[in-house]
Every structure is written in C-alpha cells, then in structure tokens.
Ligand binder design. Structure first.
Ligand code: NAP
Length: 234
C-alpha cells in the first residue's frame, strides 16, 4: 500500500485530498497547524493519520517524520494567502508567506526524499496557483511565492527524474475554500462570469488531478504545471 503525505490536510484542498486518497486505498498521513478539531474529525472519518506540524519548521517536520516513517507520495499543499498592497506588506508578512508557501516544500521534500531515492520511485505534487502563473494585484508576495513553486518543481523534476521520481505542479484557479472566504457574493459572480465553464472550482477538482499525478498513469509526466482552473487562464 502506497503511503502519501499531504501537508495542510485539515481544510480545503488538502482535506479533499485526504478524503479521496483514503477512499482510493492509500495509507494517508496529513499535517495541520491550527485546526485540531477539524483534523481529528477528518482522521476519524477517513482512517487517515493527522499530525500537528508547522510546515515551515524543520524541527516540527522531523518530529512528524518519526510518526509518519516513509512517504512514497508527497502533496505539498499547505499554504497561506494575504490581500495587501505592496506598500502595506511588512517584512514579517513577506517572510511568513515564503516560509510557509515555498520553504515549507523544501523542508518537506528534504525530510522525506531519501526513502523515495532508495526505492527509485516517488511522486511529488506541489500546489501552486493561477496567480503564480499570471500575477495577482494586491497579492505580490503570494504570487511570487507561487511562481517560486513552479521554479522549484521544474528544477527538482530534472534532478529527480533519473531516480524514478516525478515532480509536478497543480495550478488551481478559483476554488471554493476558506482561503476565498473574504470574497463577496458579487466577487464570486464576477469570477464565475470570467470562467469559461461558468463556475468556480471545488476542492475535489484539485484532489482528482492529484490522484492522477500520483498514479502509474502519469509516469511520463514530470516538471509540468497542470492548470485546473475552468479555463480562466487560457
Ligand atoms: P485553506 O482552506 O485556507 O487551507 C489551508 C490549509 O493549509 C489548512 O489545512 C491549514 O491548516 C494548512 N496550513 C496553513 N499554514 C500551515 C503551516 N504553517 N503548517 C501546516 N499547515 C498549514 O486553503 P486552500 O484553499 O485549501 O489552499 C490549499 C493550497 O492551494 C494552498 O497552497 C493555496 O495557496 C493553494 N491554492 C488555493 C486556491 C483557492 O482558490 N482556494 C487557488 C490556488 C491555489 P490549519 O488550518 O490547521 O492551520
């Protein structure tokens, strides 16, 4: 049974991944930072194991690895966003964004990579964003961190291909999760109208793409950015 680690699995896209990978027969471990109750409920419901670990801390992820053991598949999903104009972004905002959204991926992969290399098999799936491809106004630090995820993915794919490990990115469009709870109904209507399929996405849309990338069916795909965005970026 393949073992999958999902960072930030307590809510939203990560939680949808926990549900779908558990249902598909994987042994699922997921991390969270604050949402203890939600994480415990999800673990109980799916049979997955929840571990409280801040993805931006090497020490916390090393401790998590003592519980998790090895992972064959990593879904680097944990992330934060923030809406601020550049002049209002503080140094602490900037550092926090990069520590969680991109350093967290470096820490997670570094912590769990040895076993994948040893097995000559692995899947690393990183969650970027359409704003990492296009740039979002008032989200410069978020957009820059998500562009960094794409660079990280492409470089690591070249490095790990010879070891039988694929590294890919999913780039979600607008997905209905807590991350977008600041949007008004009017905002959602506008975004829906801008999206060719005339709806915003569900967390499960991203989980479905992750399931494909984790499977044998994707073995010739690496270093790519897979947009799951309803066509909002063509
Ligand atoms: P969400 O609903 O806000 O959930 C974020 C998850 O990340 C939560 O489980 C949270 O755990 C976890 N997390 C945050 N900081 C963490 C940390 N330091 N250590 C460990 N876990 C941490 O967000 P989402 O919409 O599902 O987003 C998931 C990913 O998709 C993010 O990388 C986001 O940038 C990306 N994305 C989302 C959208 C969208 O429209 N929703 C679009 C493009 C890309 P706790 O609650 O326990 O802290």
């Amino acid at each position: 049974m393949k073992r999958v680690l999902i960072t930030g699995g307590s809510r939203g896209i990560g939680a949808a991944c926990v549900e779908s990978f558990s249902k598909a027969g994987y042994k699922v471990f997921f991390t969270y930072k604050n949402s203890k109750e939600k994480a415990e409920e999800l673990a109980l419901r799916t049979g997955a194991e929840a571990i409280c670990a801040d993805v931006s801390s090497f020490e916390a992820m090393k401790k998590a690895a003592l519980v998790i053991g090895n992972a064959d598949i990593i879904i680097n999903n944990a992330g934060i966003s923030q809406i601020k104009m550049l002049q209002d972004i503080t140094e602490a905002d900037w550092d926090n964004m990069f520590n969680i959204n991109i350093k967290g991926m470096f820490i997670t992969v570094k912590t769990f990579l040895d076993n994948m290399i040893h097995n000559k098999w692995g899947r690393i799936i990183n969650i970027s964003s359409m704003w990492g491809e296009q740039g979002g106004s008032c989200e410069v630090h978020y957009s820059a961190s998500k562009s960094a995820v794409i660079g990280f993915t492409k470089a690591l794919a070249k490095e790990l291909g010879p070891s039988g490990i694929t590294v890919n990115c999913i780039s979600p469009g607008v997905i209905d999760t807590d991350m977008n709870s600041h949007l008004t109904e009017e905002n959602i209507d506008e975004l829906t109208a801008e999206t060719p399929v005339n709806k915003i996405g569900k967390a499960m849309d991203i989980a479905n793409a992750a399931l494909f990338l984790a499977s044998e069916k994707s073995s010739f795909i690496t270093g790519t950015v897979i947009p799951v965005n309803g066509g909002i970026i063509m």
